[in-house]
Design a protein around this ligand. Structure first.
Ligand code: 5GP
Length: 191
């Protein structure tokens, strides 16, 4: 049976990446899209696993050749996009594909695949979101300010989504998402 694509989006620093990593570890029945990006790899990130790290020229080529389901410049800097073919193949194979992308990308998918399931991952509160963003400590002050500005706009977009999951707790948020995808969470997560 052809499955439905699920799109998870939400404001910056809400914990999309952490919830995603938890799902990867504990729910192998979910198929994760690997995005292409022009951002340089962070320490420990692997090409083809975390992202396909590509040059600006290669990213342009992917756009020109219609290889991307959606793409966007995130936080006004690097470009990120979802290779379309693997997603189509996963859907045809009956897998449960999940995209973890930014809001601009989610809106594009809504145009091209309105039948997808759109899930908004929200913070418990604005103060908590700010705390998480500053607390992560991986970005410069300038970058933090830019991301907060983006986050304000992104929070207002919640109403465009089919469902909201509040990220109070990583494992609970992950399980809620998996349940929304129509999957059982019976196989007890390891942590
Ligand atoms: P990071 O650079 O921290 O890995 O990711 C920055 C942002 O890019 C996150 O909000 C993430 O959701 C978003 N992102 C990652 N991959 C894609 C993608 O393929 N398309 C879009 N539109 N956004 C993406």
């Amino acid at each position: 049976m052809t499955q439905r694509l699920t799109v998870l989006a939400g404001p910056t620093a809400v914990g999309k990446g952490t919830v995603g990593a938890y799902i990867r570890r504990n729910f192998p029945q979910i198929w994760f899209s690997v995005s292409a990006t022009t951002r340089p790899p962070r320490e420990g990130e692997r090409d083809g696993v975390d992202y396909y790290f590509v040059t600006e020229e290669e990213f342009d080529r992917m756009i020109d050749d219609g290889e991307l389901l959606e793409y966007a410049t995130v936080h006004g800097r690097y470009r990120y996009g979802t290779p379309a073919k693997p997603v189509r193949e996963a859907l045809e194979a009956g897998s449960h594909p999940l995209l973890e992308i930014d809001l601009q990308g989610a809106r594009q998918v809504k145009e091209t695949m309105p039948e997808a399931r759109f899930v908004f991952l929200g913070p418990p509160s604005w103060d908590e979101l700010v705390r998480r963003l500053i607390g992560r400590g991986t970005e410069s002050e300038e970058e933090q300010a830019r991301r907060l500005e983006t986050a304000k706009e992104e929070l207002a977009a919640e109403t465009e989504f089919d469902h909201t999951v509040i990220n109070h707790d990583i494992s609970e948020a992950a399980e809620e998402l998996v349940t929304l995808m129509g999957l059982s969470i019976d196989n007890t997560p390891d942590n």
